[in-house]
Structures are given as C-alpha cells and as structure tokens.
Design a protein around this ligand. Sequence first.
Ligand SMILES: [Zn+2]
Length: 50
Amino acid sequence: MGKFTCNRCRYKFTMKLKDKPPLTCPNCGKQGTVSPLPDADKIIKDSDLY
Ligand SMILES: [Zn+2]
C-alpha cells in the first residue's frame, strides 16, 4: 500500500500501487502534483530526536 500526497491541494490518500504515484490528483484533478508520502516509521527513523 502506497501513501501519496498532492503538492497542490495537500490531499493525502493511499493506493494499492507500490511504486508509481498516480498522474493526476483524485481530489483536484491536477496532473504532476502527486508525490509519494513517506511512512511514519521512516520519519521517526530519520529523525535525530529518536
Ligand atoms: Zn490535489
């Protein structure tokens, strides 16, 4: 399950696709604004506070 976010409207969603984000945002319909969202566990591991 991949998590994605739209850089334009900040809409967050999940899809069953693993690597490829959808070309268009399901919320605003804009193309090329969707990028993968890192998992919460990954953020914690990357943080120096942990
Ligand atoms: Zn959007």
